[in-house]
Design a protein around this ligand. Structure first.
Ligand SMILES: [Mn+2]
Length: 440
Protein backbone atom coordinates (compact mmCIF):
# COMPACT_ATOMS: atom_id res chain seq x y z
CA UNK A 1 0.00 0.00 0.00
CA UNK A 2 1.15 3.53 -0.66
CA UNK A 3 1.38 6.09 2.14
CA UNK A 4 -1.76 7.70 0.76
CA UNK A 5 -3.80 4.52 0.99
CA UNK A 6 -2.57 3.81 4.50
CA UNK A 7 -3.49 7.29 5.65
CA UNK A 8 -6.92 7.19 4.05
CA UNK A 9 -7.63 3.70 5.38
CA UNK A 10 -6.96 4.66 8.97
CA UNK A 11 -8.35 8.16 9.17
CA UNK A 12 -11.46 6.93 11.01
CA UNK A 13 -9.18 5.57 13.77
CA UNK A 14 -7.58 8.99 14.26
CA UNK A 15 -10.93 10.78 14.09
CA UNK A 16 -12.17 8.41 16.79
CA UNK A 17 -9.27 9.41 19.05
CA UNK A 18 -10.04 13.09 18.50
CA UNK A 19 -13.64 12.40 19.49
CA UNK A 20 -12.43 10.75 22.72
CA UNK A 21 -10.20 13.72 23.53
CA UNK A 22 -13.20 15.95 22.86
CA UNK A 23 -15.19 14.05 25.47
CA UNK A 24 -12.39 14.28 28.01
CA UNK A 25 -12.02 18.03 27.50
CA UNK A 26 -15.79 18.65 27.44
CA UNK A 27 -15.26 22.33 26.64
CA UNK A 28 -12.25 24.27 25.42
CA UNK A 29 -9.62 24.22 22.71
CA UNK A 30 -6.70 21.84 22.31
CA UNK A 31 -3.71 22.96 20.26
CA UNK A 32 -1.25 20.20 19.33
CA UNK A 33 1.66 20.92 16.97
CA UNK A 34 3.77 18.35 15.16
CA UNK A 35 7.56 18.30 15.50
CA UNK A 36 9.76 20.79 13.64
CA UNK A 37 12.24 19.67 11.01
CA UNK A 38 15.78 19.51 12.36
CA UNK A 39 18.89 20.63 10.51
CA UNK A 40 21.75 18.13 10.61
CA UNK A 41 24.42 20.25 9.00
CA UNK A 42 24.37 22.94 6.31
CA UNK A 43 21.70 21.86 3.78
CA UNK A 44 21.07 18.41 5.27
CA UNK A 45 18.10 17.60 7.48
CA UNK A 46 17.71 14.76 9.92
CA UNK A 47 15.13 12.29 8.61
CA UNK A 48 11.79 13.80 9.57
CA UNK A 49 9.84 12.30 12.48
CA UNK A 50 6.45 13.75 13.43
CA UNK A 51 5.48 14.45 17.04
CA UNK A 52 3.94 11.37 18.68
CA UNK A 53 0.99 13.22 20.28
CA UNK A 54 0.13 14.98 17.03
CA UNK A 55 0.43 11.78 15.02
CA UNK A 56 -1.68 9.87 17.54
CA UNK A 57 -4.54 12.30 16.91
CA UNK A 58 -4.15 12.85 13.17
CA UNK A 59 -2.05 10.25 11.34
CA UNK A 60 -0.83 13.25 9.37
CA UNK A 61 2.84 12.78 8.43
CA UNK A 62 3.94 16.22 7.19
CA UNK A 63 5.97 18.79 9.11
CA UNK A 64 4.62 22.32 9.69
CA UNK A 65 1.21 21.20 10.89
CA UNK A 66 -0.92 21.98 13.95
CA UNK A 67 -4.13 20.35 15.13
CA UNK A 68 -6.72 22.60 16.75
CA UNK A 69 -9.54 20.71 18.38
CA UNK A 70 -12.56 22.60 19.66
CA UNK A 71 -14.70 20.69 22.15
CA UNK A 72 -18.21 21.55 23.23
CA UNK A 73 -20.54 23.97 21.45
CA UNK A 74 -19.57 24.47 17.85
CA UNK A 75 -17.00 21.68 18.29
CA UNK A 76 -14.81 20.83 15.33
CA UNK A 77 -11.37 19.63 14.34
CA UNK A 78 -9.11 21.92 12.35
CA UNK A 79 -5.82 21.15 10.66
CA UNK A 80 -3.30 23.85 9.86
CA UNK A 81 -0.86 22.53 7.27
CA UNK A 82 1.33 23.49 4.33
CA UNK A 83 -0.22 24.76 1.12
CA UNK A 84 0.21 22.91 -2.14
CA UNK A 85 3.39 24.23 -3.75
CA UNK A 86 4.31 22.86 -7.17
CA UNK A 87 7.77 24.41 -7.00
CA UNK A 88 8.62 22.90 -3.58
CA UNK A 89 7.04 19.58 -4.49
CA UNK A 90 9.40 19.31 -7.44
CA UNK A 91 12.28 19.31 -4.94
CA UNK A 92 10.85 17.75 -1.80
CA UNK A 93 7.95 15.62 -2.98
CA UNK A 94 4.22 15.42 -2.46
CA UNK A 95 2.28 17.65 -0.08
CA UNK A 96 -1.35 17.04 0.72
CA UNK A 97 -2.34 20.68 0.73
CA UNK A 98 -5.39 22.01 2.55
CA UNK A 99 -8.25 20.42 0.62
CA UNK A 100 -6.88 16.94 0.32
CA UNK A 101 -5.62 16.85 3.91
CA UNK A 102 -9.06 17.84 5.19
CA UNK A 103 -10.81 15.20 3.10
CA UNK A 104 -8.45 12.28 3.55
CA UNK A 105 -7.80 12.78 7.25
CA UNK A 106 -11.42 13.60 8.12
CA UNK A 107 -10.99 17.12 9.49
CA UNK A 108 -13.86 19.59 9.57
CA UNK A 109 -11.67 22.48 8.43
CA UNK A 110 -8.18 23.08 7.14
CA UNK A 111 -6.19 26.27 6.93
CA UNK A 112 -2.77 27.27 5.77
CA UNK A 113 -0.14 27.03 8.47
CA UNK A 114 0.78 30.62 7.55
CA UNK A 115 -2.57 31.72 9.04
CA UNK A 116 -2.04 30.10 12.42
CA UNK A 117 -1.02 33.24 14.32
CA UNK A 118 -3.85 35.26 12.80
CA UNK A 119 -6.59 32.69 13.45
CA UNK A 120 -5.66 31.24 16.82
CA UNK A 121 -6.70 34.28 18.89
CA UNK A 122 -10.12 34.13 17.19
CA UNK A 123 -10.44 30.42 17.92
CA UNK A 124 -9.53 30.96 21.57
CA UNK A 125 -12.02 33.80 22.09
CA UNK A 126 -14.77 32.99 24.61
CA UNK A 127 -13.39 29.50 25.23
CA UNK A 128 -13.16 28.46 28.88
CA UNK A 129 -9.93 26.50 28.62
CA UNK A 130 -6.83 26.00 26.52
CA UNK A 131 -5.28 22.53 26.36
CA UNK A 132 -1.74 22.63 25.06
CA UNK A 133 1.71 21.63 26.05
CA UNK A 134 4.09 24.14 27.48
CA UNK A 135 7.63 23.84 28.70
CA UNK A 136 9.27 21.66 26.08
CA UNK A 137 9.91 24.24 23.33
CA UNK A 138 10.51 27.87 24.30
CA UNK A 139 9.56 29.29 20.91
CA UNK A 140 6.26 27.40 20.94
CA UNK A 141 5.54 28.62 24.49
CA UNK A 142 6.10 32.20 23.34
CA UNK A 143 3.65 31.79 20.48
CA UNK A 144 0.96 30.38 22.75
CA UNK A 145 1.38 33.28 25.18
CA UNK A 146 1.10 35.75 22.30
CA UNK A 147 -2.21 34.22 21.21
CA UNK A 148 -3.49 34.37 24.77
CA UNK A 149 -2.40 37.97 25.22
CA UNK A 150 -3.99 38.89 21.94
CA UNK A 151 -7.34 37.51 23.18
CA UNK A 152 -6.88 39.23 26.53
CA UNK A 153 -6.28 42.53 24.74
CA UNK A 154 -9.86 42.33 23.42
CA UNK A 155 -11.45 41.86 26.82
CA UNK A 156 -12.96 45.36 26.79
CA UNK A 157 -14.79 44.52 23.57
CA UNK A 158 -16.59 41.80 25.51
CA UNK A 159 -14.41 38.84 24.50
CA UNK A 160 -13.33 36.43 27.25
CA UNK A 161 -9.93 34.76 27.24
CA UNK A 162 -9.50 31.14 28.42
CA UNK A 163 -9.43 31.19 32.21
CA UNK A 164 -7.65 27.85 32.48
CA UNK A 165 -4.63 26.33 30.80
CA UNK A 166 -4.30 22.56 31.03
CA UNK A 167 -1.54 20.24 29.90
CA UNK A 168 -3.11 18.33 27.01
CA UNK A 169 -0.49 15.63 27.52
CA UNK A 170 -2.10 14.59 30.81
CA UNK A 171 -5.21 13.50 28.87
CA UNK A 172 -3.33 12.08 25.92
CA UNK A 173 -0.88 10.11 28.08
CA UNK A 174 -3.78 8.23 29.62
CA UNK A 175 -5.27 7.52 26.20
CA UNK A 176 -1.92 6.41 24.77
CA UNK A 177 -1.30 4.06 27.68
CA UNK A 178 -4.11 1.73 26.57
CA UNK A 179 -3.39 0.59 23.02
CA UNK A 180 -6.30 0.21 20.62
CA UNK A 181 -6.67 -2.51 18.00
CA UNK A 182 -4.96 -0.47 15.31
CA UNK A 183 -1.98 0.23 17.54
CA UNK A 184 -1.65 -3.40 18.60
CA UNK A 185 -1.76 -4.59 15.00
CA UNK A 186 1.05 -2.16 14.14
CA UNK A 187 3.07 -3.13 17.21
CA UNK A 188 2.75 -6.83 16.37
CA UNK A 189 4.16 -6.14 12.92
CA UNK A 190 6.98 -4.03 14.37
CA UNK A 191 7.73 -6.87 16.79
CA UNK A 192 7.79 -9.43 14.01
CA UNK A 193 10.17 -7.44 11.84
CA UNK A 194 12.42 -6.81 14.83
CA UNK A 195 12.52 -10.44 15.96
CA UNK A 196 13.44 -11.47 12.43
CA UNK A 197 16.18 -8.84 12.44
CA UNK A 198 17.58 -10.31 15.66
CA UNK A 199 17.57 -13.79 14.14
CA UNK A 200 19.40 -12.42 11.14
CA UNK A 201 21.94 -10.71 13.40
CA UNK A 202 22.54 -13.92 15.37
CA UNK A 203 23.27 -15.83 12.18
CA UNK A 204 25.75 -13.17 11.03
CA UNK A 205 27.88 -13.12 14.19
CA UNK A 206 31.35 -14.59 14.14
CA UNK A 207 34.77 -13.71 15.54
CA UNK A 208 36.55 -11.01 13.53
CA UNK A 209 33.38 -9.27 12.37
CA UNK A 210 32.83 -5.69 13.50
CA UNK A 211 29.90 -4.58 15.62
CA UNK A 212 28.75 -2.30 12.78
CA UNK A 213 28.48 -5.27 10.44
CA UNK A 214 25.92 -6.76 12.80
CA UNK A 215 24.19 -3.38 13.06
CA UNK A 216 23.97 -3.37 9.25
CA UNK A 217 22.17 -6.72 9.31
CA UNK A 218 19.57 -5.29 11.70
CA UNK A 219 19.05 -2.13 9.68
CA UNK A 220 18.87 -4.13 6.47
CA UNK A 221 16.06 -6.30 7.81
CA UNK A 222 14.16 -3.31 9.25
CA UNK A 223 14.22 -1.41 5.99
CA UNK A 224 13.74 -4.41 3.72
CA UNK A 225 10.48 -5.09 5.52
CA UNK A 226 9.17 -1.55 5.28
CA UNK A 227 9.97 -0.25 8.75
CA UNK A 228 10.85 3.43 8.36
CA UNK A 229 13.74 3.54 10.82
CA UNK A 230 15.25 2.00 13.91
CA UNK A 231 13.13 3.10 16.89
CA UNK A 232 16.36 4.16 18.65
CA UNK A 233 20.06 3.90 17.91
CA UNK A 234 20.90 0.17 18.01
CA UNK A 235 23.31 -0.98 20.70
CA UNK A 236 25.67 -3.62 19.32
CA UNK A 237 28.15 -4.21 22.10
CA UNK A 238 30.78 -6.95 22.20
CA UNK A 239 32.64 -8.00 25.36
CA UNK A 240 33.27 -5.19 27.84
CA UNK A 241 31.24 -2.77 25.69
CA UNK A 242 28.08 -4.58 26.83
CA UNK A 243 28.68 -3.16 30.31
CA UNK A 244 28.32 0.38 28.95
CA UNK A 245 24.55 0.74 29.12
CA UNK A 246 24.11 3.25 26.28
CA UNK A 247 27.00 2.09 24.08
CA UNK A 248 26.28 3.15 20.48
CA UNK A 249 29.70 3.46 18.85
CA UNK A 250 29.31 -0.05 17.45
CA UNK A 251 32.79 0.06 15.91
CA UNK A 252 34.77 -2.63 17.77
CA UNK A 253 35.77 -6.04 16.45
CA UNK A 254 34.03 -9.09 17.94
CA UNK A 255 36.36 -11.45 19.75
CA UNK A 256 36.03 -15.22 20.10
CA UNK A 257 34.93 -16.11 23.62
CA UNK A 258 33.14 -12.80 24.23
CA UNK A 259 29.42 -12.20 24.50
CA UNK A 260 27.62 -9.80 22.18
CA UNK A 261 24.71 -7.71 23.48
CA UNK A 262 22.29 -6.39 20.86
CA UNK A 263 19.52 -3.94 21.83
CA UNK A 264 17.59 -2.97 18.69
CA UNK A 265 14.05 -2.56 17.45
CA UNK A 266 12.43 -0.97 14.44
CA UNK A 267 9.89 1.82 14.18
CA UNK A 268 6.97 0.90 11.95
CA UNK A 269 4.33 3.51 11.11
CA UNK A 270 5.29 5.37 14.27
CA UNK A 271 5.38 2.39 16.67
CA UNK A 272 8.47 0.99 18.35
CA UNK A 273 9.69 -2.49 19.12
CA UNK A 274 12.42 -2.79 21.75
CA UNK A 275 14.32 -6.07 22.01
CA UNK A 276 17.61 -7.07 23.62
CA UNK A 277 19.41 -10.35 23.26
CA UNK A 278 22.88 -11.46 24.32
CA UNK A 279 24.74 -14.33 22.73
CA UNK A 280 28.23 -15.79 22.37
CA UNK A 281 30.40 -14.54 19.50
CA UNK A 282 31.75 -18.07 18.99
CA UNK A 283 28.29 -19.65 19.05
CA UNK A 284 28.66 -21.42 22.41
CA UNK A 285 28.35 -19.97 25.92
CA UNK A 286 31.26 -20.55 28.32
CA UNK A 287 30.17 -22.11 31.65
CA UNK A 288 30.45 -18.73 33.42
CA UNK A 289 28.52 -16.92 30.66
CA UNK A 290 25.88 -19.61 30.77
CA UNK A 291 25.49 -19.28 34.55
CA UNK A 292 24.98 -15.53 34.39
CA UNK A 293 22.74 -15.87 31.34
CA UNK A 294 20.47 -18.43 33.02
CA UNK A 295 20.18 -16.13 36.03
CA UNK A 296 19.06 -13.16 33.89
CA UNK A 297 16.72 -15.38 31.87
CA UNK A 298 15.12 -16.67 35.07
CA UNK A 299 14.77 -13.08 36.31
CA UNK A 300 13.07 -12.11 33.06
CA UNK A 301 10.73 -15.11 33.27
CA UNK A 302 9.76 -14.00 36.80
CA UNK A 303 9.12 -10.45 35.60
CA UNK A 304 6.99 -11.59 32.65
CA UNK A 305 5.04 -14.04 34.82
CA UNK A 306 4.14 -11.12 37.10
CA UNK A 307 2.54 -9.11 34.26
CA UNK A 308 -1.22 -9.34 34.62
CA UNK A 309 -4.16 -6.98 35.09
CA UNK A 310 -4.34 -5.58 38.59
CA UNK A 311 -0.65 -6.09 39.37
CA UNK A 312 1.13 -2.89 40.37
CA UNK A 313 3.81 -1.51 38.04
CA UNK A 314 6.67 -2.42 40.37
CA UNK A 315 5.68 -6.08 40.81
CA UNK A 316 7.53 -7.39 37.70
CA UNK A 317 10.63 -5.39 38.71
CA UNK A 318 10.55 -6.72 42.26
CA UNK A 319 10.09 -10.28 41.01
CA UNK A 320 13.09 -9.96 38.69
CA UNK A 321 15.16 -8.35 41.41
CA UNK A 322 14.63 -11.21 43.87
CA UNK A 323 15.80 -13.74 41.28
CA UNK A 324 18.85 -11.62 40.43
CA UNK A 325 19.74 -11.10 44.09
CA UNK A 326 19.58 -14.83 44.80
CA UNK A 327 21.59 -15.52 41.63
CA UNK A 328 24.30 -13.03 42.56
CA UNK A 329 24.58 -14.67 46.00
CA UNK A 330 24.79 -18.14 44.41
CA UNK A 331 27.51 -16.97 42.02
CA UNK A 332 29.49 -15.49 44.92
CA UNK A 333 29.19 -11.88 43.75
CA UNK A 334 26.99 -10.68 46.61
CA UNK A 335 26.89 -11.79 50.24
CA UNK A 336 24.13 -12.34 52.77
CA UNK A 337 20.41 -12.89 52.36
CA UNK A 338 18.26 -11.88 49.39
CA UNK A 339 16.55 -9.23 51.54
CA UNK A 340 19.87 -7.84 52.68
CA UNK A 341 21.24 -7.67 49.13
CA UNK A 342 18.09 -5.87 47.96
CA UNK A 343 17.69 -3.52 50.91
CA UNK A 344 21.40 -2.70 51.08
CA UNK A 345 21.50 -2.11 47.32
CA UNK A 346 24.59 -4.28 46.83
CA UNK A 347 23.07 -5.66 43.60
CA UNK A 348 23.31 -2.20 42.01
CA UNK A 349 26.96 -2.81 41.15
CA UNK A 350 25.64 -5.36 38.63
CA UNK A 351 22.08 -4.22 37.93
CA UNK A 352 21.70 -0.45 37.86
CA UNK A 353 18.55 0.10 35.83
CA UNK A 354 14.90 -0.80 36.26
CA UNK A 355 13.14 -3.72 34.64
CA UNK A 356 10.96 -1.95 32.08
CA UNK A 357 9.12 1.00 30.64
CA UNK A 358 5.96 1.71 28.65
CA UNK A 359 6.26 1.09 24.92
CA UNK A 360 4.32 2.56 22.00
CA UNK A 361 4.77 5.54 19.69
CA UNK A 362 7.81 6.42 21.81
CA UNK A 363 10.29 3.79 22.91
CA UNK A 364 9.98 5.12 26.43
CA UNK A 365 6.32 5.75 25.91
CA UNK A 366 3.92 8.25 27.41
CA UNK A 367 2.22 7.54 30.71
CA UNK A 368 2.84 7.92 34.43
CA UNK A 369 4.30 5.08 36.45
CA UNK A 370 2.86 6.34 39.71
CA UNK A 371 -0.43 8.03 40.57
CA UNK A 372 -0.86 9.83 43.88
CA UNK A 373 2.38 8.30 45.06
CA UNK A 374 1.31 4.71 44.31
CA UNK A 375 2.67 2.50 41.54
CA UNK A 376 -0.14 2.25 39.04
CA UNK A 377 -2.00 -0.93 38.22
CA UNK A 378 -1.50 -2.78 34.97
CA UNK A 379 -4.56 -2.89 32.72
CA UNK A 380 -5.36 -4.81 29.54
CA UNK A 381 -4.00 -2.95 26.51
CA UNK A 382 -0.90 -1.57 28.20
CA UNK A 383 2.43 -2.55 26.63
CA UNK A 384 5.64 -2.61 28.65
CA UNK A 385 9.12 -4.05 28.34
CA UNK A 386 10.63 -6.68 30.63
CA UNK A 387 14.39 -6.21 30.56
CA UNK A 388 16.47 -7.32 33.52
CA UNK A 389 20.21 -7.44 33.05
CA UNK A 390 23.54 -8.09 34.70
CA UNK A 391 26.72 -6.20 33.92
CA UNK A 392 29.97 -7.43 35.41
CA UNK A 393 32.88 -5.10 34.80
CA UNK A 394 36.42 -6.39 35.07
CA UNK A 395 37.31 -3.85 37.77
CA UNK A 396 34.55 -4.96 40.14
CA UNK A 397 36.69 -7.47 42.04
CA UNK A 398 34.85 -10.44 40.58
CA UNK A 399 36.27 -13.84 39.64
CA UNK A 400 38.10 -13.65 36.30
CA UNK A 401 35.68 -15.92 34.44
CA UNK A 402 32.84 -13.44 35.05
CA UNK A 403 34.71 -10.31 33.92
CA UNK A 404 33.18 -8.34 31.01
CA UNK A 405 29.96 -10.32 30.91
CA UNK A 406 27.13 -7.92 30.07
CA UNK A 407 23.70 -9.44 29.58
CA UNK A 408 20.24 -7.96 29.15
CA UNK A 409 17.21 -9.86 27.91
CA UNK A 410 14.33 -7.68 26.80
CA UNK A 411 10.90 -8.45 25.42
CA UNK A 412 7.78 -6.40 24.72
CA UNK A 413 4.82 -7.55 26.77
CA UNK A 414 1.14 -6.76 26.25
CA UNK A 415 -1.16 -6.90 29.28
CA UNK A 416 -4.20 -8.98 28.29
CA UNK A 417 -7.49 -9.65 30.08
CA UNK A 418 -6.16 -12.97 31.39
CA UNK A 419 -2.48 -12.15 31.88
CA UNK A 420 -0.01 -11.20 29.19
CA UNK A 421 1.23 -11.84 25.68
CA UNK A 422 4.91 -11.56 24.74
CA UNK A 423 4.87 -9.73 21.40
CA UNK A 424 8.54 -10.48 20.72
CA UNK A 425 8.62 -14.17 21.64
CA UNK A 426 10.00 -15.16 18.23
CA UNK A 427 13.51 -13.88 19.01
CA UNK A 428 15.37 -16.92 20.43
CA UNK A 429 16.43 -16.57 24.04
CA UNK A 430 17.05 -19.96 25.64
CA UNK A 431 20.69 -21.10 25.61
CA UNK A 432 19.70 -24.10 23.50
CA UNK A 433 17.72 -22.09 20.93
CA UNK A 434 20.44 -19.46 20.57
CA UNK A 435 23.23 -22.02 20.15
CA UNK A 436 21.12 -24.03 17.68
CA UNK A 437 20.38 -20.93 15.55
CA UNK A 438 24.03 -19.89 15.54
CA UNK A 439 25.13 -23.40 14.55
CA UNK A 440 22.66 -23.49 11.67
MN1 LIG B 1 13.95 -0.95 26.57
Amino acid sequence: MSDLQIAAGNSAVYAGRRARLDQLMQRGVAVVPTAPEQARNRDSQYPYRYDSYFYYLTGFPEPEAVLVLIAGDNGRSILFCRDKDVERETWDGFRYGLERAREEFHFDESHSISELDALLPKLLADQPALYCHLGSDGRWDERVLKWLNSVRAQVRTGVAAPAAIHDVRALLDEMRLIKDAHELATMRRAAQISTDAHRRAMRAVKPGRAEYEIEAELLHEFRRRGAQAPAYTPIVAGGANACVLHYVRNDAVLNAGDLLLVDAGCELDGYAADITRAYPVSGRFTPAQRDVYQMVLAAQAAAIAAVRPGAAWNVPHDAALRVLAQGLIDLGMCEGSVDKVIEGGDYKRFYMHRTGHWLGLDVHDAGDYKRDGQWRELKPGMVLTAEPGCYIRAGDGVPQQFANIGIRIEDDVLVTASGHEVLTHAAPKTVEDIEALMRG
